[in-house]
Ligand binder design. Structure first.
Ligand SMILES: Cc1cc2nc3c(=O)[nH]c(=O)nc-3n(C[C@H](O)[C@H](O)[C@H](O)COP(=O)(O)OP(=O)(O)OC[C@H]3O[C@@H](n4cnc5c(N)ncnc54)[C@H](O)[C@@H]3O)c2cc1C
Length: 474
């Protein structure tokens, strides 16, 4: 039977980026993907001249490590920055108001009352929190006041993260913000000190996609020569063998099996749970407790002349009490010029999430009925869209809810008894593409370490030198 250094199960962006990093170290790597295509949630399609991303539509970056990744994956030439007008709006009192983008703008924004602004001044005096499972709502109320929760944080968590501000664990959901409190005792002072400390060395924040959409990221990774990708391989069984793990997959009734030293499950948590059921029922139970929120992505294309709003920014978010069903809308064609035909605009709205999961189940027609009042009243849309496409994700995003970090820590402890088995999808380390790249980078170091322990052949120091982005991060 053939034997491999590392098998990555699941060819979504998490699995592909990890395979890329592992292959760069010289390990023999394969990716086994259940579907007939790689990419998982990420897929770009063309319809009536519009280019539509079914899940992630852009990468938000403020970490230097990402530059190394883009370079090593030969993606520099296809990277496309978004428009410089990236103002995000939040609905307040029936109008779209610019979302505050800096500490200074918090004192000018009409989103917050004078009382809430004065409360901000007390932030540096609030003592550090000690509850590692505190919710985002409790964390923000404690540090910034309750108004910040409903008017700023709730829309951000319900929209891009499909999460529930009352249940999202602050330390897992906003690790950089909570770290400011832990390290400096204050968000405002911490942000200021960190900026001063990193002056001249910090990465410039940027938002980008790729020519051809996010699919280009996937294709570029999958076409790289360093590792093999096999599609149509639904992994159904894992067994412990003398030198690692035996993995069995089924493809149209044909069974394929392979032995590997390192096995990385980059599938959603519920799939990892069923694959690990026999090997460790407790890990399986813990993985099953990770809930996912459904999201429907509603793409609408209009003639430019049929939208009154200048669409001068990136889009808007809606608060729970805003009176509309969707969580928000992105003005994709204002951000990336190749997404809509000339004189047309692409507006992408999001339904569902933890706030309103049933809204994601609507048929295409009802989705249109759910987004049109919002587009008519807030953007002055006239008539029906000339293009409509709905991408449904029944289990779109994992929810970092309740005592999330406790459950992940328990999973990590038990994984020690399955040497060579690793978990690497978006329920660990953040859901964004940026976080998936950073996490894959860190996981590569851990896998190499384990590989060295198990086989005695991999030289960790040499491996670090082979991964430029990883070396930079040390
Ligand atoms: C609507 C939406 C919008 C988003 N927008 C953004 C955005 O703008 N920017 C951003 O940074 N992020 C965004 N995200 C988040 C980001 O797209 C996801 O977190 C990321 O794509 C998840 O990748 P993954 O590889 O972890 O999981 P998945 O994409 O779910 O991949 C898992 C893979 O495992 C495979 N698999 C499952 N079972 C098996 C098995 N038994 N054997 C073999 N293979 C198996 C699946 O077929 C799948 O290909 C968005 C997500 C959604 C849903």
């Amino acid at each position: 039977m053939s034997e491999l250094d590392a098998l990555v199960v699941g060819g979504g962006v998490s699995g592909l980026v990890l395979a890329h990093y592992l292959a760069e170290t010289g390990l023999a790597v394969e990716v086994w993907e259940r579907d007939g295509r790689v990419g998982g949630k990420i897929k770009t399609i063309s319809k009536q001249g519009y280019r539509l991303d079914n899940a992630a539509s852009m990468v938000m970056n403020f970490q230097r490590e990402l530059d190394g990744f883009i370079d090593s994956a030969s993606l520099t030439a296809s990277k496309r920055g978004r428009s410089s007008n990236n103002q995000r709006y939040i609905l307040h009192a029936g109008r779209l108001q610019p979302a505050p983008a800096s500490i200074g703008s918090l004192f000018n924004t009409p989103l917050l009352s004078t009382r809430a602004k004065l409360r901000l001044l007390a932030e540096p005096l609030i003592i550090r929190g000690t509850d590692p499972h505190e919710s985002v709502a409790d964390f923000v109320t404690r540090r910034l006041g309750q108004e910040f929760v409903s008017k700023v944080f709730e829309p951000y968590l319900s929209g891009p993260l499909a999460s529930d501000v009352e249940r999202a664990e602050a330390w897992s959901t906003m690790p950089r913000l909570t770290a400011l409190e832990q390290r400096y005792g204050s968000l405002a002072l911490g942000a200021l000190l960190r900026r001063l400390k990193r002056r001249g060395t910090a990465a410039r924040p940027e938002v980008f996609s790729f020519a051809g959409g996010m699919q280009t990221l996937i294709e570029s990774l999958a076409e790289r020569r360093g590792f093999a990708v096999r599609t149509g391989m639904a992994v159904v069984e894992l067994r412990r063998v003398k030198k690692g793990w035996n993995v069995r997959a089924e493809n149209d009734g044909v069974t394929t099996s392979l032995n590997c030293r390192q096995l990385v499950l980059c599938t959603p948590a519920y799939t990892a749970a069923s694959l690990l059921q026999i090997l460790d029922p407790e890990i399986s139970r813990l993985l099953k407790t990770i809930d996912y929120a459904p999201v429907s992505v509603v793409h609408t294309g209009f003639e430019r002349a049929r939208i009154n709003h200048p669409l001068d920014g990136s889009g808007f978010l809606l608060p729970a009490n805003g009176g509309y069903l969707p969580n928000g809308c992105l003005w994709i064609s204002s951000q990336f010029s190749d997404r809509a035909p000339t004189d047309r605009v692409l507006l992408t709205s999001y339904l569902g999430g933890a706030r309103n999961p049933t809204a994601a189940n609507c048929c295409e027609n009802r989705c249109l009925h759910a987004v049109m009042p919002m587009l008519r009243e807030l953007l002055g849309a006239r008539g029906d869209p000339e293009m409509l496409h709905v991408a449904r994700h029944r289990r779109a995003l994992p929810l970092y809810h309740d005592d999330y970090s406790r459950r992940l820590a328990a999973i990590g402890e038990r994984l020690e008894f399955l040497p060579g088995v690793h978990l690497g999808a978006n329920y660990i380390g953040g859901v964004s593409i940026r976080d998936r790249i950073l996490y894959a980078n860190r996981l590569t170091a851990r896998i190499l370490h384990r590989h060295k322990q198990m086989s005695g052949t991999a030289d960790l120091e040499t491996a670090f030198e082979l991964v430029p982005a990883m070396a930079a991060a040390r």
